[in-house]
Design a protein around this ligand. Structure first.
Ligand SMILES: Cc1cc2nc3c(=O)[nH]c(=O)nc-3n(C[C@H](O)[C@H](O)[C@H](O)COP(=O)(O)OP(=O)(O)OC[C@H]3O[C@@H](n4cnc5c(N)ncnc54)[C@H](O)[C@@H]3O)c2cc1C
Length: 406
């Protein structure tokens, strides 16, 4: 990551080389005033309630579709404010500056829903190029992220994946998609901005992987610009990560790899069951964790050749990477070793890592409220109580409130 950062590798002083203290809630919430901390507490307390999140998610979707302005305003001042940077790039500047003042970089992610009209796809591509230009002029934004499904009609990806022929019209549209993403990556390459390509549903992912491999071949010759995302909740992804590395190694380009566990587990399992094919998802959480951590070690063993991002809120996976970096004597600010969390989540990981001198960034999602609703619902669902207990975030906020005596 960090292609355009002003931070130089090896700049760290000895003082920054302590082991991060993940129990330090003072550092974790140093970016919040007492008022902000109380607001965050109230929001996470509401999200801790399963029933409320389920009904709230459904009602918000309906209300936004009916264009009820009141709902949009409430969301904007609560859940949107917590998890998003703003409605447009300019709105994000204050969040970016705030993160940077805590040695944390920002990765911009335009949260557009997948659409199919050619005009919408062109607009999403324009927004991506705008974000790349914005990042190039902003030392605290080394990377932008994008979803390929916002740039192409999804049905064409499905056909490609299933090796079904495209009609002449579809071929033309698919070519226009390849042109869009190539134009964006060429610009990113020219300006030294990284591009994370998000991973999505398995029934389109193979087709997207083919596209990303071609992009890496083209733009990752001298340094890592394009990164693919590997979802380790899939049982075939560790193998694919290895195969992609060996291909990159033999063909003379660098692999960019962002590791995630995966966000669409229920949807994947349900579809596989409904359509009667074997689920692509691991049998249990332990298998996902095992492959995730294996993948992480695989990348760190080859950190000179793989630009790597550990995109997780899982403390064990974060600690494992910290331990490996220390054991292998890898500079903590090496541009190929990066941590990333989502804006509004796991500040205790992000800020304690950056305090200890590791490359750390937040994914800052932006876009109109109505377009990021699915993203916000996923965040709310992630923060509900699983077994009637407080969510991890709520526990930490409560600890910090007590520490401050508020
Ligand atoms: C910076 C960033 C970028 C991201 N980008 C993407 C992306 O491009 N694509 C994407 O899909 N997701 C993405 N995610 C979301 C990510 O995939 C996870 O959903 C989320 O981060 C929770 O996983 P975790 O590693 O933080 O930790 P944990 O909370 O330890 O793990 C939860 C995850 O484990 C897996 N899991 C849970 N139960 C089971 C089970 N029974 N069997 C098998 N697996 C199970 C699921 O993937 C679940 O989301 C991103 C996350 C971050 C932080």
């Amino acid at each position: 990551m960090i292609p355009n950062s002003e931070i130089k590798e090896g700049d760290q002083t000895d003082g920054s080389l302590a082991y991060p203290d993940f129990t330090d809630t003072e550092i974790a919430f140093q970016n919040k005033t007492n008022r902000e901390l109380k607001e965050t507490y109230r929001l996470f307390k509401l999200m801790n309630n399963n029933l409320l999140v389920d009904t709230g998610s459904l009602l918000s979707k309906i209300a936004l579709r009916l264009r009820l302005p009141f709902v949009e305003t409430v969301m904007k001042h609560t859940i949107f404010k917590q998890f998003c940077g703003g409605e447009n790039l300019m709105d994000c500047q204050s969040v970016i500056d705030h993160l940077y003042s805590h040695n944390t970089l920002a990765i911009l992610d335009y949260g557009a829903e997948s659409k199919s009209a050619e005009e919408d796809l062109n607009d999403a591509a324009k927004e991506l190029v705008k974000a790349i230009d914005f990042a190039a002029s902003n030392n605290s934004v080394p990377v932008v992220s994008c979803k390929l499904t916002a740039l192409v009609e999804n049905n064409q990806l499905i056909k490609k994946q299933n090796k079904h022929p495209l009609t002449a019209h579809e071929k033309k549209r698919y070519k226009a998609f390849l042109k869009r993403i190539n134009k964006a990556c060429a610009r990113a390459h020219k300006l030294g901005v990284g591009v994370f390509i998000d991973a999505e549903e398995s029934w389109m992912q193979d087709a997207m992987d083919d596209v990303v491999r071609d992009l890496m071949k083209k733009y990752n010759r001298d340094r890592v610009i394009v990164y693919n995302t590997y979802q380790m909740y899939r049982h075939d992804k560790l193998e694919q990560l290895r195969a992609d590395y060996f291909m990159a190694h033999s063909e003379g380009y660098k692999l960019g790899a962002k590791l995630v566990r995966g966000a669409y587990m229920e949807k994947e399992r349900e579809r596989a069951k409904d359509l009667g094919y074997p689920s692509p998802i691991q049998p249990d959480k332990a298998s996902t964790d095992r492959d995730y951590n294996e993948g992480l070690k695989f990348c760190l063993d080859r950190y000179e050749e793989i630009g790597f991002c550990n995109a997780t809120h899982n403390l064990e996976s974060v600690k494992l990477m910290v331990d490996e970096i220390i054991a292998k004597d890898i500079p903590r600010d090496h541009r190929h070793v990066n941590f990333c969390q989502l804006q509004g989540m796991s500040d205790y990981i992000t800020f304690n890592l950056s305090e200890a001198g590791f490359n750390t960034a937040k994914y800052v999602v932006y876009g109109p409220v109505k377009d990021v609703i699915e993203y916000l619902i996923r965040r709310a669902e992630e923060n509900t109580a699983v077994t009637g207990e407080m969510s991890r975030e709520l526990k930490l906020i409560t600890t910090e409130k007590k520490r401050r005596g508020i």
